[in-house]
Design a protein around this ligand. Structure first.
Ligand code: PHE
Length: 541
């Protein structure tokens, strides 16, 4: 960060420089001040690709590689191979890059396998990440954002002000069922009560077999602070549980009165505690990140680095290993075309590959038929007023429910703005199947009905437009991600293990060819594995 020279407004400072230093000086100074059009549009100046922590050693001598699919794996493979001196041709069946990395914006059209058609009506500037939407700090995805200059902002995957909302169902019951409880309150009280119970058990000697006298003393000290329990090891409530709206601490004499502790039995019966562990996950713990302006900044930046670009509207119809390389046939504008290459990287999802002709061995074909596409859906709603911020005090983050909508995601950008897109439903499995079987209007209606139970009338009255995806019904994806049936994703004698080896001159890549399925990280790592193997072979040949 630089500061404006003292005593001069930015405009005066730039004007003075322009007089004495010419336009170049003005532009340079504007960059320093961070006020160039580029900086304000959140793009970064072009810089030639630098090597990240992954670099292919040795040049390829211009061998040709055809990459099938311009999703994250395909683009990453193409990008790395280009750096290694290959001539890379990318075939993409759709009209855009990204695959499941899709940021829906105004005018985007979606056609599902049964003909269900939608057109996104979001305002300009409003958008929704239909696929990947959060990036952990340790993922390779971050390395590519750094290398490509994709600007990141924090994605709020946890927010103390978000709600837990569970309806009576299964083993959820009691007075708190169907009552939205803030994350902070549920945690403060459950952590408090569990600390109390454990401290009392320790004091009563119930754990003497496990703990030395000094362990016990240390543990009780820890529990007092962890659970906000008092010196008699009792939880009597805590400001961590928050305050009723009319009793918050503030100016003058408003010392505030925290929420009284919720009843322990009611808390346990409501099931809220079952959600606590989610945000401790290896891949889900804060901080998490998202590209400024939409997740598709990643595939867009990758595609910009490809000298031969991406060949859109090219639907692969046949993959054929030949004695010298590989021939891929594809249909484009109702014409069948062919491309020859030395090697192929195929990132087409296996459950889509089963419908594509090839001269692969029967074993390869059988192995490709093993992974199963998962049903996954999202519903996004553009609201004309950010009521979750103004009425609920929720600035980003997630509300967890046990309803068929799954979770509700509040936008982690555009704070205090006029409008925003809430992801009102992100669901998997049977819930996603049921949603996918509805028309888009019915999906939105159901989502609004469920969310209104938490957010009241605003959830319906402020709604402007919605957009949905059922990934399992998208013809080019046929699933949000895949599952390998039990025992099939193992070593060399399993379907997955066999597919890690090339089928002739064809390498399979994608998050399904990794142990980090359903994350871009898996796609990047798999792309790196594939190009590394391909390159070693090309250099040796
Ligand atoms: N990466 C996706 C997400 O964070 C899918 C996923 C969910 C993967 C949960 C693993 C665990 O929503």
């Amino acid at each position: 960060m630089t500061t404006t020279p003292t005593g001069l407004s930015r405009r005066h400072f730039l004007h003075a420089l322009g007089v004495t230093g010419g336009a170049g000086a003005v532009l340079g100074a504007m960059e320093t001040l961070g006020v160039t059009p580029a900086a304000s549009a959140h793009t970064m100046a072009f810089s030639a690709p630098r090597s990240g922590d992954f670099t292919l050693q040795g040049r390829s001598n211009g061998k040709r590689v055809v990459v099938l699919g311009a999703g994250v794996a395909g683009l990453a493979a193409a990008y790395e191979l280009t750096k290694g001196g290959y001539r890379v041709y990318v075939l993409e069946a759709s009209r855009r890059v990204g695959g499941r990395n899709w940021t829906a914006r105004r005018g985007d059209i979606s056609v599902e396998s049964d003909g269900t058609r939608q057109r996104a009506q979001f305002d300009r500037g409003q958008y929704m990440n239909m696929g990947p939407a959060r990036i952990p700090q340790h993922h390779t995805t971050i390395e590519y954002c750094r290398e490509l200059g994709v600007e990141l902002e924090v994605f709020a995957n946890a927010n103390a002000s978000g709600y837990y909302y569970n309806q009576p169902a299964g083993n959820v019951s009691g007075p708190l069922a169907s009552t939205p409880v803030r994350h902070r309150q549920a945690k403060a009280d459950l952590f408090g009560y569990t600390s109390e119970l454990l401290a009392k058990a320790v004091s009563a000697g119930s754990l003497d077999a496990e703990l030395s006298a000094s362990d016990k003393e240390q543990l009780i000290g820890y529990l007092r602070s962890f659970g906000a329990i008092n010196t008699s090891n009792t939880y009597t409530g805590s400001s961590r549980a928050g305050y009723p709206e009319d009793a918050e601490p503030g100016g003058w004499f408003d010392t505030g009165t925290p929420n009284p502790p919720l009843d322990l039995s009611a808390l346990l019966a409501s099931g809220v505690g079952r959600n606590f562990s989610f945000e401790a996950g290896w891949d889900q713990a804060m901080l998490m990140f998202q590209p400024v302006g939409g997740m598709d900044a990643i595939p867009t930046a990758l595609a910009e680095q490809l000298p031969l670009g991406v060949n859109y509207g090219a639907a692969v119809t046949r993959i054929e290993n030949t004695s010298t390389g590989v021939t891929v046939s594809y249909s484009q504008n109702a014409t069948t075309r062919r491309i020859d290459a030395d090697y192929c990287i195929c990132t087409i999802p296996p459950q889509v590959m089963t419908g594509i002709d090839s001269n692969f061995s029967a074993q390869v074909k059988a192995d490709l038929a093993v992974p199963v596409g998962n049903n996954v859906g999202k519903v996004g709603q553009q609201y004309k007023r950010r009521f979750w911020e103004t009425d609920d005090g929720i600035m980003g983050g997630i509300t967890n429910t046990n309803m068929d909508i799954g979770t509700i995601w509040y936008p982690s950008s555009g704070y205090l703005g006029e409008k925003g897109v809430v992801v009102g439903s992100y669901n998997f499995g049977g819930n996603a199947t049921a949603f996918g079987n509805l028309s888009p209007a019915e999906r939105i209606e159901r989502t609004v009905q469920r969310g209104s139970l938490i957010h009241g009338d605003a959830y319906r009255s402020e709604l402007e437009t919605g957009f949905t995806v059922a990934w399992h019904k998208m013809p080019l994806q046929k699933g949000g991600w895949v599952s390998w049936p039990s025992g099939t994703q193992g070593g060399p004698d399993t379907p997955y293990g066999r597919l890690t080896e090339p089928a002739g001159n064809v390498y399979f890549a994608g998050d399904h060819m990794s142990h980090v399925i359903a994350w871009q990280h898996g796609a990047f790592e798999s792309a790196r594995k594939s190009v590394t193997a391909l390159h070693a072979r090309a250099l040796a040949s």
